[in-house]
Design a protein around this ligand. Structure first.
Ligand code: DOR
Length: 448
C-alpha cells in the first residue's frame, strides 16, 4: 500500500480515557507499535507530531452520500474526500438513495459501487419499508451495519408507519435496528396549522415547532417501548430534545440493548440560528432550543448518548433556495464534524477523551467493528492528528462535499485536522487531499 510504514513521534495519544505522550509506528496498514522513545528503522520515514493530539479516526454511523441515483448532491468519492478532510476514517451510509437500498441485491450493488472509490472505510444499511419484511428477515450481520427504519417521513419517502409491520420488524430484525423517530401525523397537523397562518411563506424559525419536540418524543418513546417488549437491539438516531433523554440509560455501551446517537449540528446550533442561517440548517429532526442542546450535551457526558455522528445530508444551494416547504432537509457536515465538536473541548464542556469515546471507541463497540476505533497495536491505522493550537476558518469555497457549501461558512474553528490516515495511508495532510483512496469495507458484526 502506498505511504505505508511510518513512525509518528512526539504525539499526545488520546485513547481509552487517557492522554499520554508516545510514539506510534505504522506498518502493513496497521498500528505496529505504541511506546516511548521509538527509533526509526532503517529507511523508515518519520513524522514529528510536535506535541499535537493523535486520535483514533472518527467512525460516523450516519451519513447520506447519495449514491446511487442522487449524485448531483454527492457521491461516495466526493463525500468520502470531505470525510477524511474532517478526520472521519469510516462511515455508514443510509439507504434513502435511488433506487433505495431495500433489498439485499441493492445492498450488494452498493458495496460494488464503493469498491476502490472510497477514501474512508464504509458499511451500508438495509432500509425498511412497509412491505419488505422478508428481505429484512433474511439479512445477516455480514451484509450490513444494521436495518434503517424511518419511523417518521423524511427525505426519500421510506416511511414505515404500519403498526403491524413495526411490531414484526422489532420482533424479527436479525440485526441491529436503527431508527429515525418523528411522528408524521403530528408533523402533518403542525404543517397544516403553519400553512393556515403563513401561507407558503412559513418562516424557518417555525421548523422546530412543526417538527416539534412532541413529534420526536411520541415516536422515540414508541421505538423504545417496542424494543423493550421485543428485546430488539435498538439504536435511536439523531436525538434532539431534553425530554427524550429520559428514555436512555447512562453508562458505557457494553451490554446495553437500547442506545442513542446525537449529531454534531444538534450539539452546536440552536433555534436562534434559523434567523441567520435559514434553510442551510433546515434538517430532520429540527434543531431545537438552547435548553435542548444543553440537555443533549449533559447526556453526552453521562453516557445516555452513546455516539456522536453527523447525519451528513448534502443538498445543492439551488435546492435549498426554495421556501420552507420546498427546501429539502439536511446539511453537509463530515468535513467539519470533529472540529465542531472540538469547540466544546475548547470551551471546557467536553473532554477530549470523551469525544474519542463517543466518536470512535463506542461506535466500534456498538457495531462490532473488527480491529478499529482504538489506538491499539494490531488494529488498523485509522488515525487523525489534530492541532488544537492552530485554528482555521470554514468557508463555502473550501468545502469538498459536492454541494460546495457548509453551514459553518465564515466561522473560525479553534482546531484543525492536520493529517488523516486510513488503513495506514495518508489521505489528508496539511489542508490537501493526497489523492490516496484507501477505504475498505468495514468488517461489522451488528448482530441483534
Ligand atoms: O435532514 C435530514 N436529511 N434528515 C433525514 O432524515 C434525511 C436527510 C436526507 O437524506 O436528506
Amino acid at each position: 500500500m502506498a505511504n505505508d510504514g511510518l513512525l509518528i513521534t512526539n504525539a499526545r495519544l488520546v485513547n481509552e480515557g487517557r492522554i499520554f505522550d508516545a510514539d506510534l509506528r505504522i506498518g502493513g496498514g496497521r498500528i505496529d507499535e505504541i511506546g516511548g522513545g521509538l527509533t526509526p528503522r532503517s529507511g523508515e520515514p518519520v513524522l514529528d507530531a510536535n506535541g499535537r493530539y493523535l486520535l483514533p479516526g472518527c467512525i460516523d454511523d450516519q451519513v447520506h452520500f447519495r449514491e446511487p441515483g442522487l449524485t448531483h448532491k454527492g457521491d461516495i468519492a466526493s463525500e468520502s474526500a470531505a470525510a477524511v478532510a474532517g478526520g472521519i476514517t469510516s462511515f455508514m451510509d443510509m439507504p434513502n438513495v435511488r433506487p433505495p437500498t431495500t433489498d439485499r441485491e441493492a445492498l450488494a450493488a452498493k458495496y460494488a459501487l464503493a469498491r476502490g472509490r472510497a477514501r474512508a472505510n464504509y458499511a451500508f444499511y438495509l432500509g425498511a419499508t412497509n412491505d419488505n419484511l422478508d428481505e429484512l428477515r433474511a439479512v445477516t450481520p455480514a451484509e450490513c451495519c444494521g436495518i434503517k427504519c424511518f419511523m417518521g417521513a423524511s427525505t426519500g419517502n421510506m416511511l414505515v408507519d404500519d403498526p403491524e409491520v413495526l411490531e414484526r420488524l422489532f420482533s424479527d430484525a436479525p440485526v441491529l435496528l436503527v431508527t429515525h423517530c418523528e411522528d408524521s401525523p403530528t408533523i402533518r397537523a403542525n404543517e397544516a396549522a403553519a400553512r393556515e397562518r403563513y401561507g407558503d411563506d412559513v418562516p424557518l424559525s417555525e421548523h422546530p415547532r412543526i417538527r416539534s419536540a412532541e413529534a420526536c418524543y411520541k415516536s422515540s418513546s414508541l421505538a423504545v417501548e417496542l424494543a423493550r417488549r421485543h428485546d430488539t437491539r435498538l439504536h435511536v438516531l439523531h436525538l434532539t430534545t431534553a425530554r427524550e433523554m429520559e428514555l436512555f440509560t447512562p453508562g458505557p455501551v457494553t451490554g446495553k440493548r437500547i442506545t442513542a446517537e446525537v449529531c454534531v449540528h444538534h450539539l452546536y446550533f440552536d433555534a436562534s440560528d434559523y434567523a441567520r442561517l435559514g434553510t442551510r440548517i433546515k434538517c430532520n429532526p429540527a434543531i431545537k432550543t438552547a435548553a435542548d442542546r444543553e440537555a443533549l450535551l449533559e447526556a453526552v457526558r453521562d453516557g445516555r448518548i452513546d455516539v456522536i455522528a453527523t447525519d451528513h445530508a448534502p443538498h445543492t444551494l439551488a435546492e435549498k433556495a426554495g421556501n420552507y416547504f420546498e427546501a429539502p432537509a439536511g446539511l453537509p457536515l463530515v468535513q467539519h464534524a470533529l472540529q465542531c465538536v472540538l469547540e466544546h473541548v475548547h470551551d471546557g464542556r467536553l473532554s477530549l477523551e470523551l469525544v474519542v469515546e463517543r466518536m470512535s471507541h463506542q461506535v466500534a463497540e456498538l457495531f462490532g467493528i473488527r480491529d478499529r476505533g482504538y489506538l491499539r497495536e494490531g488494529y488498523w491505522a485509522d488515525l487523525v492528528l489534530v492541532d488544537m493550537q492552530q485554528g482555521e476558518p470554514a468557508s463555502d469555497a473550501g468545502e469538498l462535499a459536492r454541494c460546495g457549501w457548509t453551514p459553518f461558512d465564515g466561522l473560525e474553528f479553534r482546531s484543525r485536522i492536520a493529517t488523516t490516515w486510513v488503513n495506514g495511508v495518508i489521505a489528508w495532510q496539511d489542508g490537501q487531499l493526497t489523492g490516496a483512496v484507501p477505504g475498505q469495507r468495514l468488517a461489522c458484526n451488528a448482530a441483534r
